[in-house]
Design a protein around this ligand. Structure first.
Ligand SMILES: CC(C)(COP(=O)(O)OP(=O)(O)OC[C@H]1O[C@@H](n2cnc3c(N)ncnc32)[C@H](O)[C@@H]1OP(=O)(O)O)[C@@H](O)C(=O)NCCC(=O)NCCS
Length: 147
């Protein structure tokens, strides 16, 4: 069974190892520690039999939610784990009086775009050249949570 936990200091090395395999950008121990310690951000992890199989990082930026990164291990995809992680983010942000969550996603990342649409996100604009390595435009998406 999949278990979702809010990350704490004890998970830092596992988080660094997981994110180095699945996140676009490098996240160091210090960056995870910062995210975990701040009251306005959170990292949620999905576990299967004590193995980390998914991670999401979110932040409350002055009243707006921002989803920084999400990834699920290859052999655990298409089992609803990313949706479970996003549901947790919504609960966390909603309980912190946040009503809207924003994110950017590479236009070519159809799996992620489909995931966000399935979760209720809508495209609000295209950000030209938002990404580097390789250069690519981003969809900026937003989810408005029900009060
Ligand atoms: C995007 C990602 C997080 C999805 O994780 P996941 O656990 O497989 O997603 P879920 O099983 O919760 O899927 C939810 C919905 O997303 C969409 N989706 C996810 N993967 C898909 C795929 N390969 N093809 C088409 N749609 C897909 C579907 O609508 C799916 O619902 P359905 O299974 O009922 O059709 C995963 O593919 C991943 O880690 N990708 C690499 C990292 C990444 O690109 N992160 C996003 C950066 S912005």
């Amino acid at each position: 069974m999949i278990e979702i936990k809010k990350a704490d200091d004890g998970l830092i090395s596992e988080l660094v190892s997981f994110s180095s395999r699945f996140f676009d950008e490098k996240w160091s121990e210090v960056s995870f520690l910062n995210e975990i310690k701040k009251s306005n951000s959170a990292v949620f992890c999905a576990f299967y039999n004590n193995e980390m199989v998914g991670v999401v990082c979110i932040e409350n930026q002055f009243g707006d939610g921002y989803l920084h990164n999400i990834a699920v291990a290859d052999n655990f995809r298409r089992q609803g784990i990313a949706r479970k992680l996003i549901d947790k983010c919504c609960d966390f942000l909603h309980s912190n009086c946040v009503e809207k969550i924003f994110l950017e996603v590479r236009m070519s990342n159809t799996n992620a775009v489909n995931l966000y649409k399935k979760c209720g996100f809508e495209t609000i604009c295209v950000r030209k050249g938002f990404y580097t390595n390789p250069t690519e435009d981003a969809y900026s998406m937003m989810l408005e949570m029900k009060k």
